[in-house]
Design a protein around this ligand. Sequence first.
Ligand code: PHE
Length: 340
Amino acid sequence: MKSKIHDYLEEVRAFSATETGQLEQFRLRFLSKKGILNELFEDFKVLPPSEKRETGMLLNQLKTLVQEKLDGSREKLEQQWMEGMLLPDLTLPATFMEPGSRHPLSVVRNEIIRIFAGLGFSVAEGPEIEDDWYNFSALNFPPDHPARDMQDTFFISKDPDILLRTHTSSVQVRVMEKQQPPIRAIFPGRVFRNEAISARAHCIFHQVEGLYIDRHVSFADLRQTLLFFAREMFGPETSIRLRPSYFPFTEPSAELDISCNICGGKGCNICKHTGWVEILGCGMVDPNVLQNCHIDPEIYTGYAFGMGIERITLLKYLIRDIRLYFENDLRFLRQFTAAF
Ligand code: PHE
């Protein structure tokens, strides 16, 4: 029995593991229920007393050695694994990372910013959660205006009225309250309306507001700025027309149409066979609004406009279903990898 134990001692001393599977095999071979050590201890029980002392010592030596070997090898393997994680093989080829693409709404928003930046407009932003003053009252909405209705607007609280802004015109008020003219800026952002979601309407969409306040700003300045924008955005052959309209915060107010860039004005589905498509609302800032923001309407005049980014994007990329913008479908988004 002693020579058997000596053989095992040799074997254990020589053992080394390069992976955890080998370690487990080693453990089972020596330490499992039917393993070598248990077997040896069984044999030990029936030894004549004269042999017990020396064999017992050898047996304990083997047991300790097996445990030490197991612990030591496990630690070594763990360390090797950690090092492998921290210091990967630098000669391996890199993992391929597919380049993403900008969302089409971001592409178009950036293009709008670029065009107006060229005319000296800076960019500002306002909060998406507004109160009644910034979204309605300061903008000259009468107290019973239907846009204030709970049906149209997402109210967070009533009294005080806190709501999700229904347009970016609220940022006009925030900027004018803080800054005296000249003011020349655009305000891109997300807006919210209680609309049933369909191919043509969504409860979340995006706008870019424009505001220019100074001495002697006229409707002709507005028209020329919008013509420049339309031609930069949709091509130099684009024409525009302004139709009289109404907004509480502009006087006079107008809607801007561009000649349909899809059919070149000949008539198609998009322009409903009129040759024109509406892209924004605009007008001269109402003197009441200037006054609400502590700007003297006797000295200053200005214009404002507001456009829907989804609508401009539809015309640029012929996206006929507004829901596509919000679904995160990669088959849709990947079509814009070339745009930036
Ligand atoms: N806020 C208006 C809307 O959401 C658009 C607009 C902006 C009109 C500025 C005139 C001036 O429809």
